[in-house]
Design a protein. Sequence first.
Length: 317
Amino acid sequence: MLMKRDSLVSVIIPAYNAELYIETCVDSLCQQSYWNMQIILIDDGSTDRTLSICNRLQAADPRIEVYHQDNAGPAAARNIGLEHVTGDYLMFVDADDALDSDAVRVLVERMELSKADMCGFGWYDMQNGEKISCHSYTEDEMGAQKSQIINNVLLDDFLNGGGFLWNKIWRASTIQQDAFQQFDVSLWKYEDKLWVLQNIVRCNRFIFLNEMLYYYRLLPHSLSHGESTLQSTRAFYHAANQISAFLNKQCPEMKRTARRWSQSYLASMLFRAIKEKAVTSNDVQEAKRYRIWQMPFGTKAKIHWLIAKGILLLEKG
């Protein structure tokens, strides 16, 4: 089977205090059966040996580029990576994860043959070096059209690959246009989902593979999925506003869906926070300052009830 071996694949890897995993991650790229890659490492102000390990790896492989910034978060680190992309295709990898040794070859081959703008692929969840679950695509997902893919990515963390960055490869010329879409550095929740949606809108042809090509490492912090505090609720609300504003402008038919998604997700976060008594008296004062219960939702009565119930539990507790 013929394939354009000269296609360059740019891989962006932001890294913060990743000394335990970064070498394994980069080795999984350097040992790919496909050679022509640009491996972009961005140290996000690590306080451990991450930067020195990256520099050592760079000295051993000419395909590796290393950049450093003061700690500003993964969104800012990925933006630095985007400034240096020169490849025909673009991928993201998390510093504590790894790729199957044939992943890049398989993805380039399928992108070349299908002329797709984006390809989603399957992955394993890994814990203590063992595969504990795998994620593939249903027939409906594999045959989904653009509008359904946007809907799935918005509403679900896994359908059509969700808002994850690391289970997709993109045709750079399609999503770059005048410039690559920058990550929103004001967000620390769902900045990846927003970027994925912004770039799906730029694409026209999609394919999804059921090959398991990525190894996603489940760590204690990733297993917890974050805390349902009012602080994270505010962060979600800010992200939901950005996502909704984008969809309202680019996909007005998604306006009602985006609104319902933000309402239901926020309600579930608040309910979980209340149930787990994750809200403190300080949070209540903060909620009053930020007037969280006055957020403009269609289901105001339900939201008001949840907040009132939470405050009541705190006052009793």
